[in-house]
Design a protein around this ligand. Structure first.
Ligand code: BGC
Length: 928
């Protein structure tokens, strides 16, 4: 019924009411929600105005799209007057549905940021290093060596009542801005990680409620972060320039009188060291509460002891001297572009209470959060001034109950809090995070009660998207672990792990897990941002890197052969935009990065004229961490060449599809030919009689099948060979990062869903459930991270929070529950529901919040029939495939499906009957 219909989820560039964007033609989306069957949008109208009053009055001074006959509800490009810096844009959408009803949304808003370099009138400021020298004794009170955060402040007068106040802020380093004693935002780690040689984010905050008539104080703490702290393997500190951090802020206050007050950073600011003695992502943070200066961020503070801030030149772009094979960067005189952050900020998204505490050794109390996660701990405590409390973080315990930290390598992950001794004190670190499940607390006579220890889960605040449940509790935990793998590693960039000295945007891991990630959460803005990091890191020859933002660590294995180009890793440069197109219907990301993608394919073709990708393979990781290690980087170079060639063909086929979509027909032909040529070379080299491959590994067959590299008539046989290899392992998987993504989907799509189900439910090593049985709460980096026989694997590379092997999450949604996209209708505008009930599972259900609304698929095996419930969001359609023999009489809502006025039977393929189904909720079953 129409009264349950509404328009929700207004988004601008994927974000809810974003402030300070710099897209001149932002794309608008909404979701049409309706419980009515067949609910459809037939036309829309978007209006945009500069005040809410004008919007309400329909006075659209910015844009009125007029009535547009279209069912499109995502990526509607703003096409009104040209946007200028600081514009405030209120918008609203109305739609006409198939019954002629008009629905109007609540208003949404976005604002424009500072679009031109000249809009920044402030100066970059830093501190006189004398400050640190002056406080040297206090600051060296530790064996750890990272940077000391510095405080800056400035008082200013506001002559009359404030109408609107906006703060723009950026830094070389990380900042926590404050106004009149309060944090301006809860967002963490500002500005986030980009390739700082190429671009720097700034953020825009609405601070209208913070600024008052009279005297005010604007203040900020400036720390290290990605700019100058340790990143990667810690051989690199300050990889982006000097270790001296700096900040630029600009506060713009519009008064009721119509006048403006502008306060920006310059030499009139004052600075001093504060309570944070040092802070670093890997090392941790030390905070001496005795050094707090009460009122430092308030007006009227006595700043006579503080030093003048020092103006410093703005950052400039840095370019590689001789291509990326040489690490030397040369600073240009081009100002570094300051760009608005296009993705959700990092935030504390959840709080965890510890489940238990035990005493491990002397006064060490170990708290167990029952969940491995990324973030930090907030403690509430009291005690004498000068009491030093140490917090160490670890993912696991040693057999004797002490904290296991060997696998953190050189990350110290240690926070220290020194009490000021003035009653109850609450503390959490500012500029660090750790990957952990256990906290070791020392320095107190008594353990802190559980209620005074709080785990703060920190991640890029990507909105939730999916849910999954089935009748197998361990599989449910596995799904949860994929979610926690994502929570622990989607932190500004998709990292490999959050705990050890690495935490890099590994491209292989990201592309393998991306489809799972899109089901679990809305990661559209997150990947939009990261794809820019990827493109920024492409080298002069067109080679995509293996990690983005690029890390130039000379001398270690990242630097062996051109710092990129790894098969399955560098290819993310093509796979990410393609996935964005398929999952979100995002054409712009493909257009924006098209030239980069073409340059990558040019490079592959140029360097591998024979159609076999065997040259310049960079670090060539192969099927990383597979079992047995037959395809990893030390052995089996033939397999690695096969893997690389398969990915090349995959890239070429993606490029052909995308070129077609963009209307670039000549390029589409070029890439079709390229794919055909690589495919032929692949078959010549590796295909033997009867669908057999001459390199026989599970992953070889998986790639050949998944990337469609075999002649149609041998696909079935090749799939049989794959199953044979699995059987040979006692029905176990042996794939690494690369193969695992394709394993269950490929088995399922080649008619072996039963094998996929069997692999899913295995509990012995190696399997997905082996870690689950042994208490894993996240996905482990390696199948054998810990085994009952061997204990912990070599700590040199053994993370317990690495999502790659969790790419099976995709299969849980896509095939087990059956929510599958239809490539011909990107963005799930039309999709497929096709569950594969397998194994002993009695039921499975999943929901997925697509850009067009929430899709649900839920099946249950009852004694006498199979029940399938589906939800098709308004304004979408689906092909629903119901498993049954051809002769079965299918019911929908208890009535014969073939008599329903809503659904249309499309055909039967022997196993499934397919229906075309409009929006609404439906229940399919068979007659008793
Ligand atoms: C990382 C990865 C990454 C790999 C490259 C490891 O150190 O943790 O997950 O993909 O190196 O092979």
């Amino acid at each position: 019924m129409s009264d349950t219909s509404r328009l929700t989820h207004l988004r601008c560039e994927y974000l809810k009411n974003p402030l300070g964007i710099d897209e001149l033609q932002p794309r608008l989306s909404w979701i049409f929600e309706s419980s009515r069957r067949g609910a459809r949008q037939v036309a829309y109208r978007v209006i945009v105005a500069s005040t809410p009053e004008q919007l309400a009055a329909g006075d659209t001074d910015m844009w009125d799209s007029g009535r547009v006959e279209s069912d499109q509800s995502s990526h509607i490009e703003y096409d009104g007057t040209r946007r200028r810096s600081r514009d405030v844009c209120y918008w609203q959408v109305s739609i006409w549905d198939e019954l002629g009803n008009v629905l109007t949304s609540e208003p949404g808003v976005w604002t424009m940021g500072l679009l031109k370099q000249q809009d920044w009138v402030g100066k970059w400021i830093t501190y006189d290093p004398k400050i640190i020298e002056r406080d040297a004794e206090a600051l060296q009170a530790t064996e750890l060596q990272p940077g000391t955060p510095v405080l800056f402040r400035r008082s200013f007068e506001v002559p009359s009542i404030v109408r609107r106040a906006t703060l723009y802020a950026t830094a070389r380093g990380l900042i926590e801005p404050r106004l009149n004693g309060q944090a301006v935002t809860d967002d963490k780690f500002i500005p986030e990680w980009t390739d700082y040689h190429k671009r720097l984010h700034y953020r825009t905050f609405d601070v209208t409620n913070h600024v008052l008539q009279g005297e005010n104080a604007l203040a900020v703490t400036l720390g290290d972060g990605w700019w100058s702290g340790y990143i990667g393997w810690q051989e690199t500190r300050a990889p982006y320039g000097t270790m001296q951090n700096s900040v630029q802020m600009q506060l713009e206050v519009e008064l009721e009188t119509g006048k403006f007050v502008q306060i920006s950073t310059d030499h009139n600011w004052k600075c001093d060291t504060g309570p944070i003695l040092f802070s670093d992502f890997m090392m941790g943070e030390t905070y001496d509460a005795r050094r707090e200066q009460a009122g430092w961020d308030l007006p009227g503070f006595d700043e006579s002891r503080w030093l003048d801030a020092v103006e410093t030149p703005p950052p400039c772009e840095r370019i590689p001297e001789f291509g990326f094979s040489n690490n030397q960067k040369r600073e240009t005189n081009q100002p570094l572009p300051l760009v608005a952050q296009p993705s959700e900020p990092v935030r504390v998204v959840e709080a965890l209470a510890p489940m238990s505490v035990h005493t491990a050794a002397r006064d060490a109390c170990i708290y167990d959060f029952g969940q491995n996660f990324a973030g930090y701990v907030e403690i509430t405590l009291s005690g004498p001034a000068g009491t030093r409390v140490q917090l160490r973080h670890g993912e696991r315990l040693n057999p004797d109950g002490t904290l296991y930290t060997e696998n953190l390598r050189r990350a110290k992950a240690t926070d220290v809090y020194i009490l000021k001794g003035e009653g109850t004190e609450v503390w959490r670190p500012s500029f660090t995070f750790h990957g952990f499940q256990y906290l070791e607390l020392t320095g107190l006579n008594e353990p802190l009660p559980l209620a005074q220890v709080r785990g703060c889960v920190v991640m890029s605040a990507t909105p939730s998207g999916g849910d999954f449940e089935c009748s197998h509790p361990l599989v449910n935990r596995l799904w949860k672990n994929t979610m926690w793998g994502q929570k622990g590693n989607f932190l500004s960039v998709p990292t490999d792990c959050p705990q050890r000295d690495e935490r890099l945007g590994w491209m292989g891991d990201a592309q393998i897990f991306m489809r799972t990630a899109t089901y679990n959460m809305d990661v559209a803005a997150f990947f939009t941002k990261w794809m820019t990091d990827v493109a920024d890191s492409q080298d002069v020859d067109g080679i995509f890197p293996d990690v983005a933002p690029r890390l130039d660590e000379g001398g270690n294995f990242i630097g062996l052969d051109g710092l990129g180009g790894g098969a399955g890793w560098a290819d993310a440069g093509v796979i990410v935009p393609w996935t964005m197109w398929r999952v979100y219907g995002d054409r712009r990301i493909v257009e924006r990065h098209w030239q980069s993608m073409v340059r990558w394919l040019d490079w592959l073709e140029r360097t591998n004229p024979e159609g076999i990708r065997c040259n310049h393979l960079g670090n060539n990781y192969g099927d990383w961490l597979c079992i047995p290690a037959d395809t990893t980087f030390r052995t089996h170079s033939e397999m690695k060449t096969l893997l690389a060639t398969a990915y090349w063909a995959h890239d070429a086929s993606i490029m052909a599809e995308l070129a077609q979509m963009l209307g670039r027909t000549t390029e589409a032909e070029r890439f079709e030919e390229m794919e055909a040529c690589v495919r032929d070379a692949f078959q010549d080299k590796w295909l033997a009689e009867g669908g057999r491959l001459v390199v026989e590994t599970q992953t070889a067959y998986l790639l050949a099948l998944a990337f469609d590299l075999l002649p149609e008539h041998v696909r079935g046989q090749a799939a049989e060979h794959l199953v044979r290899l699995i059987a040979k392992e006692g029905w176990h998987l042996s794939t690494g990062f690369i193969g695992i993504k394709e394993l269950n989907p490929t088995l399922t799509l080649t008619g072996h869903a039963d094998v996929a189900g069997r692999l899913l439910c295995n509990e012995d090593y190696p399997s997905w459930l082996y870690p689950v049985v042994h208490g894993a709460t996240t996905i482990w980096e390696r199948w054998n991270g810990w085994t009952a026989e061997e204990g912990f694997f070599d700590p040199q590379m053994n993370s317990f929070n690495h999502y790659s092997l969790g790419s099976v999450g995709e299969w849980l949604y896509r095939h087990l529950a059956g929510i599958e996209l239809d490539p011909a209708h990107p963005g799930f505008k039309r999709f497929v529901i096709k569950p594969y009930p397998t194994g002993d599972l009695e039921y499975a259900r999943a929901s997925y919040r697509s850009i067009h609304g929430t899709i649900e698929s839920s099946w249950q095996r009852l004694e006498d029939r199979f029940k399938l419930n589906v939800r098709i969001p308004a304004n979408t359609e689906a092909t629903v495939c119901y498993p049954c023999p051809p002769e079965a009489a299918v019911l929908e809502g208890g009535l014969p499906a073939n008599e329903s006025k809503w659904i249309r039977m499309l055909g039967h393929d022997g196993q499934y009957v397919a229906f075309s189904v409009p929006s609404g909720t439906y229940e399919f079953s068979t007659a008793d």
